[in-house]
Design a protein around this ligand. Structure first.
Ligand SMILES: NC(=O)C1=CN([C@@H]2O[C@H](COP(=O)(O)OP(=O)(O)OC[C@H]3O[C@@H](n4cnc5c(N)ncnc54)[C@H](OP(=O)(O)O)[C@@H]3O)[C@@H](O)[C@H]2O)[C@@H](O)CC1
Ligand SMILES: Nc1ncnc2c1ncn2[C@@H]1O[C@H](COP(=O)(O)OP(=O)(O)O)[C@@H](O)[C@H]1O
Ligand SMILES: [K+]
Length: 500
């Protein structure tokens, strides 16, 4: 599992560790790891470090210090290193002295050296930077990209807010980021994540001093494999879980088919469908148990997924209310989210999982969509807290947040957090922008509903579903467009890939 910690946590850990080390030791550790990573990249690029042209963009803080000490190491290995100080007079003095002593020089003409550089190190700002790139940095940052050099961000691409991934104005777009001690949330959440390129973590010994509960966690194959349900000898379809899907309408029967297609591949033993799309569902999936009355009359169901393509007619509103009255886990998506009352969700005793995209999240929070997209972490946390529900926020970065324990009964999901505190938000590492295709969210709802019915806690069902869904899209796509139906069809392959 990858974890990310907040700037405050990093600074506290740094303080404790520094008290036990000689002055400057931590920065030198960071710089040594950075130089090793850069040397590896130069060898891949040119076959050598000797003679490589390296340019350092250096701001006024310790981020620039890291770049300078790493530059000194590369200069000692024969690289031609030039520094572009963006805050002349405030450049890290020890780092600059080390670089000059190793044979590096201050660039006379930044644009000339950037035009021919092989590698540019972005040491403008790290965890201390705020408010995006300043105007004086913009021309050199643009020249760095324009010159065709590989751009490596030190700790964090400058211009990205470390705690949230927000970008105000412009930020460095890196090919790779070498980060120290722990990942920062801004490296894992868009738009910051997208600026960071390939991520590399350098261990500087902060681990024992970081809080055991991180801000964010990103599951990997082994973590997801442990969560997925496996039928045992004594299983029958009821023990494996029955998921109820309430989706589709006369206008959107396809949503019903897609939600059921996800549900059939999520590990539940049976899928019940309730709604006006029964005929379309049966034509495609004869194994579905179709019911025409209200959901509460459909028979045994261990979890519901309600909302995709439902429309907002009176049947839809009544079906959502009926499902929310059931004492089993309920996933609410799409149109279902427009028919929700905050109080109804808060008062539920069984878990509730809401799965909005940014537009739906914005409507639930009463803010603009842009605000949610710029600050996904704050938005998903706010929604979870307000509704007392688990929330999966879809989009370029999918996040899953749980409310603080005690704020929603029934939705706790075995976390290592302190009593009362919300567990770490989960960030989904799989997926592809090709997933932004009509109906793919319907597949996700059915899939996550199925995992809920199979007995996973809401947070685990949501994060395992997002993981499989994103992986399935990648496997189905391999660089080409995919349809929602392809995503569903590749789910068994994604499942095998995870558990295999
Ligand atoms: N903590 C650790 O464990 C370790 C930390 N290490 C390293 O230290 C880094 C943190 O260093 P830091 O605290 O000096 O802050 P940093 O990111 O260099 O930037 C702050 C400076 O930039 C300025 N500034 C602010 N905003 C700006 C903007 N938009 N555009 C331009 N300038 C802006 C601001 O000054 P201002 O101009 O606002 O007065 C201030 O001087 C960290 O990321 C890692 O690389 C490692 O060496 C070892 C372990
Ligand atoms: N830019 C993107 N990058 C990666 N995944 C995306 C992107 N945009 C959307 N997605 C994913 O695609 C799916 C779209 O779901 P949704 O918005 O509900 O669409 P629909 O209602 O058409 O099914 C979600 O899983 C979402 O996370
Ligand atoms: K940086």
């Amino acid at each position: 599992m990858r974890t990310a910690h907040s700037v405050d946590a990093v600074r506290n850990a740094e303080r404790e560790l520094m008290a036990r080390l000689p002055e400057g030791a931590l920065m030198k550790r960071a710089a040594a790891g950075l130089a090793t990573a850069c040397a590896g990249l130069l060898k891949d690029l040119l076959g050598r470090v000797y003679g490589a042209r390296v340019v350092l963009l250096v701001g006024s803080g310790d981020n620039g210090g890291d770049a300078l000490y790493a530059g000194a190491r590369l200069a000692r290995r024969g690289a031609g290193v030039r520094v572009v100080p963006l805050a002349p007079g405030r450049t890290h003095p020890g780092g600059l002295a080390a670089l000059l002593a190793a044979g590096g020089r201050v660039a006379e003409d930044p644009f000339e050296v950037l035009a021919t550089a092989d590698l540019v190190l972005d040491g403008i700002t790290g965890i201390g930077g705020h408010g995006g790139l300043r105007p004086d940095a913009l021309p050199v940052v643009r020249a760095a990209r324009g010159g065709g050099a590989m751009v490596v961000a030190v700790d964090l691409p400058s211009g990205v807010e470390a705690d949230s991934g927000e970008v105000t104005g412009e930020a460095v777009r890196a090919d790779a980021t070498v980060t120290f001690g722990t990942y920062k949330p801004g490296l894992l959440i868009d738009p910051g994540h997208e600026r960071a390129g390939a991520l590399r973590l350098v261990d500087i010994g902060l681990g024992p001093y970081l809080p055991s509960v991180p801000e964010l966690e990103a599951l990997q194959h082994a973590d997801v494999a442990r969560l997925l349900p496996v039928p045992v000898g004594e299983s029958d379809k009821y023990r494996r879980g029955v998921v109820g899907v309430v989706a589709g309408s006369a206008r959107y029967p396809g949503a019903a088919v897609l939600a059921v297609s996800g549900a059939l591949r999520g590990g539940a033993g049976a899928v019940r469908y309730v709604g006006p799309g029964g005929e379309a569902v049966l034509a495609r999936f004869p194994e579905t148990l179709v019911h025409e009355g209200p959901p509460s009359g459909a028979g045994r169901v261990q979890a519901w997924a309600v909302g995709p393509g439902l429309g907002d007619g009176s049947w839809a509103a009544a079906a959502v209310a009926d499902v929310l009255a059931a004492d089993v886990p309920v996933l609410v998506d799409a149109d279902g989210l427009r028919l929700l009352a905050e109080r109804t969700v808060r008062e539920r005793t069984a878990p509730t999982l809401l799965t909005p995209h940014a537009g739906e999240a914005a409507a639930l929070l009463g803010v603009d969509r842009e605000e949610v997209e710029a600050g996904r972490l704050a938005a998903v946390r706010e929604l979870a807290a307000r509704y007392g529900a688990t929330v999966l926020l879809k989009g370029s970065t999918t996040l899953v947040a749980e409310p603080a324990s005690g704020s929603a009964s029934g939705s706790a999901s075995g976390s290592a957090s302190e009593p009362g505190a919300a567990p770490p938000v989960r960030v989904n590492p799989t997926g592809t922008p090709w997933l932004a295709t009509a109906g793919s969210g319907d597949v996700l709802s059915g899939l996550a509903g199925s995992l809920l019915a199979a007995g996973l806690p809401a947070r685990d069902a949501a994060s395992a579903a997002a993981y499989l869904h994103g992986l399935s899209a990648r496997l189905a796509s391999r660089g080409a467009p995919v349809a929602a139906d392809d995503v569903a069809a590749w789910l068994p392959e994604a499942w095998r890939n995870v558990v295999g």
